[in-house]
Design a protein around this ligand. Sequence first.
Ligand code: ADP
Ligand code: MG
Length: 685
Amino acid sequence: MSKQGKIGVTSENIFPVIKKFLYSEHDIFLRELVSNAVDASQKLKALSSAGEFKGEIGDLKVTISVDAEAGTITVSDRGIGMTAEEVDKYINQIAFSSAEEFLDKYKDDKLAIIGHFGLGFYSSFMVAKHVDLITKSHREGAQAVKWSCDGSPEYTIEEVDKTDRGTDIVLYIDDESKEFLEKSRLEALLNKYCKFLTIPVVFGKKQEWKDGKMQDTDEDNQINDTHPAWTKKPSELKDEDYKAFYRQLYPMNMEEPLFWIHLNVDYPFNLTGILYFPKIKNQMELQRNKIQLYCNQVFVTEEVEGIVPEYLTLLHGVIDSPDIPLNVSRSYLQSDAQVKKISNHITKKVADRLDEIFRNDRPLFEEKWDSLKIFVQYGMLSDEKFYDRAQKFVLLTDVAGKKFTIEEYRTLVEAEQTDKDGQLVILYADNKDALYSHIQRAEAKGYSVLLMDGPLDVHAVGQLEQKLEKVRFVRVDSDSVAKLIVKEDAKAIALTSEEQARLEQIFAGRLPEQEKKLYHVAIESMGAEADAVLITQAEFMRRMQEMAKMQPGMSFYGEMPESYNVVLNADHPLVRRILDDEAQAIEVGLQAKRDELAAKTAEVEAARKEQEGKKDEEIPAADKQALEDLAYKQAELEGAIKNELKAYGAGNDLVGQLVDLALLGSGLLTGEALARFIQRSQRML
Ligand code: ADP
Ligand code: MG
């Protein structure tokens, strides 16, 4: 018997479509063919245990071989095979998938059947110009047949001799796909797609070094582990087994995982898997290894977004579920109720596991916290449910490295750090070294300072402020220590307003000129023991700018210069000395101008009073002009005095030294300014 025919597709030219668009990754053909071979083998097993196949099952391995000279790849199995009618039904009428029919009949053995991938067999035309399918059914006395197709909708089918039951698929690789004929390329693909299939998959022989070269041994080179750890019961596995499986999944990763979670659900959906918390050495490594998604041990993808919550995509490991729709778009996945349930379940499991470790082994939990922190924070920020669970075990670390839960920390600092409005003020630093002197000042006052130097800490701070009642986070350098936590109304400044104005102007002459930074002078009474000058950066603006750097929509804040205060301590003897020195040096000379300014100010005030309450048209134009002239004169005098004070400040070493010391204390003195500071210090010494 020999026959020709047309493949039962609606479109004449489905092959170009398959070739180009069906799968973006051409290498998927191998997964499809090997999966079919595994399916056929599993089906035979199922028939055998149902008593419908009486023959010997024997060795069911699937073999893959390459013939570089002939340019072929062959996938062979000893599964159920097909009769000519079945080839016609299952291969020629390609929209028809026998898997469904089979599933109906053998529901209980469902686990073993993949049949999930749609146009599986025809994906071979993505890499082959010609495909032969030689098959012999397991049925007694079956006649073997060969089906041949060159990629056009025409095929031939003829009777052939084949001793063994099962199917050989021979791909004649096309010119653009020659790469797949390389042994190493093929082996890499098998390792990617077939590593955990349920039937042994063999690719050539294991090799060994003999007589000065690599040679085949007698032993099969089996690609897969048919019983990977996630398919076993947790009670059967020891820590070592979990670690060994981790290495099996990521052979290039030298680190051991921190913890793992063995997922095992069969209702209301089917899901197994093992998720690992990896050890994170740096940010770069975060995304290198990914969670692998399997469907009944067939590798599907590493793109698990939509199936696991985004923050958990940072975990490693395997998820296996026949219940995840595989051939649909990502956006569909996200709205699928089943997938949502799966995602929620995983979240709950992860939170439960962390909670369990936290409660049972706090020292271990703390030891691993640095690596865990990013998952926990990411989870808390992106998932309300996770926040609720995690707030019990999320840890805050102080600058000395001690760790607290939120509640523990609240209890610790409540007494000292509650301000006059009853708000708990939590102090933090994002850099221990740069803010050292600020931290020291706060600690000297009996405050605790947290270290918030992680990539998500800015966001975590914002979230905690929202969630916790009457709690505010303040960076330790956002104000002078007295004003960080205001417990009583601020102390009156022990300088007259005239003295304060002079100080401000003197220091205005010495403000740092740095790109994208603005400095303002402020005066406060901080006590004679506190530093003479310090630099602070207001919390609100700084935080807005930090957020802006991470969120494109907020570039308004990002482009504004950073704003700093140069805070002068009115109680400090050095600050007073500057005032005294200035008084001696230039105030005598300024006196005439000050008197004149006082007179002008009085005149301006008198003239204003005179015009007060009158309608604009009632005031003679000459009077208006006179007032304008006076005000101009007044401003001019003010400007002149200011300029002299500024010039004085600019030339004063003590002023320069105090400002630079304050900058130094905040890590803001660098480059040329630092060099000048060093030179000036030496000169002054
Ligand atoms: P699916 O696997 O989703 O059913 P395929 O296109 O991969 O779709 O395969 C179509 C059908 O061809 C299979 O359902 C099966 O009945 C049959 N088939 C394919 N490969 C084999 C094989 N190696 N042995 C037996 N039958 C096979
Ligand atoms: Mg298939």
